[in-house]
Design a protein around this ligand. Structure first.
Ligand code: ADP
Length: 301
């Protein structure tokens, strides 16, 4: 097969591993920087241009679109979908998952366990907002944050008020969430491929920190998850419409709760923690499913 990887940097671990795994299995791979693609939108003949050439002949495309280029990256991916190229994850599903609020709304509608969550932009009654999620301690999140940045634990009511007011001053959208203290600074990353959890790891925050992100000094270890956790991760992936994703769960005393579904999950952490060939499994999934125009949305919406 001819496989394209939409990635800004061929040297990143995840991109490198996908190239390696695809080539090992006899495929041809080309890494394409989405920001350098330009397109011409004419009736019935979608094309993508790149460095003076027309990109053609791909059977499948693996989107690795960074959060900061979601808008343009998904537009480029959609163009490939319109050309009939099989996307590992569809553009619509990626856009959906990048909007934290929309994701939580979709998951809650289907009854998936979530931390009690409120969202706000300019609440006139901060007390009422805090009460609606059960009061302090709460976790307050900037909707646009990634890698644990913009996630604050407010242990008291007055700290929560101050943080919310500060964020309000920035005119930002915020989430206010019940603090899952019993998770003890740990979360679970479940790596889902084609409706199955193929690997999972536990990430533990460093001493004195509640955020378990590896970027915040957290450490990852192999872990066994319960059938309920497994089922929750699989359902979340299905509701989001993602073939490949990382579902982050917290162990709460009301069962597993989904914190986030990541449509471009990193491969390094999970391969290192589990010693599994995740990149190879992704390529195997593509081999099984890639057919022209095999998308649910046909590049729409
Ligand atoms: P980001 O998307 O920036 O990584 P997250 O929402 O995943 O932000 O939060 C970062 C980390 O903070 C999580 O990995 C988790 O360890 C911790 N955390 C987030 N929300 C909660 C919560 N409601 N209760 C307890 N810990 C949380």
């Amino acid at each position: 097969m001819n496989i394209a990887i939409l990635s800004r940097n061929a040297k990143l671990y995840s991109t490198r591993r996908l190239i390696e795994a695809a080539e090992e299995r006899g495929h041809t791979v080309k890494v394409i920087d989405a920001l350098r693609c330009y397109m011409n939108i004419t009736a019935n003949n979608p094309k993508v241009h790149y460095k003076g050439e027309v990109l053609d002949g791909f059977d499948a495309i693996i989107p690795r679109i960074g959060a900061s280029i979601t808008f343009y990256g998904t537009a480029v991916l959609r163009q490939f979908e319109m050309m009939g190229v099989y996307p590992l994850n569809e553009s619509v599903a990626i856009s959906r998952s990048r909007d934290k609020l929309r994701s939580l709304q979709l998951l809650s509608r289907r009854g998936v366990g979530l931390p009690v969550t409120g969202f706000a932009h300019s609440p006139d009654d901060v007390n009422d907002l805090l009460q609606s999620v059960g009061g302090a301690p709460v976790v307050i999140k900037l909707l646009e944050g990634t890698q644990g940045k913009g996630v604050v634990l407010a242990e008291t009511h007055s700290a929560a008020e101050s943080v919310i007011e500060a964020f309000q001053g920035l005119k930002a959208n915020i989430l206010v969430q019940e603090f899952i203290q019993e998770a003890k600074g740990a979360d679970l990353r479940c790596f889902v491929i084609g409706g199955k959890v193929v690997a999972s790891m536990k990430r533990q925050a460093k001493e004195g920190e509640f955020r378990s992100n590896l970027h915040q000094g957290g450490s990852a270890t192999l872990t066994r998850i319960t059938p309920e956790e497994r089922a929750t991760a699989v359902r979340a992936a299905k509701i989001m419409g993602l073939n490949v994703c990382g579902v982050d769960l917290l162990r709460s005393n009301h069962g597993p709760v989904v914190m986030e579904v990541n449509s471009s999950p990193g491969i390094e952490g999970i391969e290192t923690a589990t010693n599994k060939d995740i990149a190879g499994q992704i390529i195997a999934f593509i081999e099984k499913n890639a057919r022209p125009h095999n998308t649910r949305t046909k590049g729409k919406g």
